[in-house]
Write a new protein. Sequence first.
Length: 173
Amino acid sequence: MRVRGSCPNCRTDRLLPGLDTAGNSICRDCASITRDFFCDRCGFEGLLLGGRLCERCTLADTLARLLDDGTGQVALPLQPLVTTLLKMDRPKSWLFPGRQPGQPMNPVSLQVHLRKIGVPPQRGRTSAIRQLVLQAPAPVIAKALGYHDKTATRLVTEAGGTWSRYAPGDHTR
Ligand SMILES: [Zn+2]
Ligand SMILES: [Zn+2]
């Protein structure tokens, strides 16, 4: 249902939620689907979640809530992390992770490092970060927080994970 691509009928590159008589995926206009799939906030055509928001906008809201530093804003040092997560190809796998994407980084050691880059421990954030790292592949978090490859590899090794077991995009197989 979430096929994207060039509609074989009108040649538009977009979401292809319909089927023609030959079984090809086609766009909603060509399939005469009256329901639309445009995000109410950003206009992106795709799978819409609660409140008619796309996956990316939903993830943005979720992260903003999880990482709120008490002022209604995401703490400055964590903003690159949020940006990185929102740039990922398949935000849905972050919202509803089906399987562990490789080995998650140990939340305790991540917190130590967060403190080092100036993120003070705060009520609520501990569990938020724990939840986040259980879903996020360690290399993604490491990169978002600006660790070097070497540091990140060491962190993952410390946490009992293996770098090579992480395969990008391999979240559902
Ligand atoms: Zn079409
Ligand atoms: Zn959106």
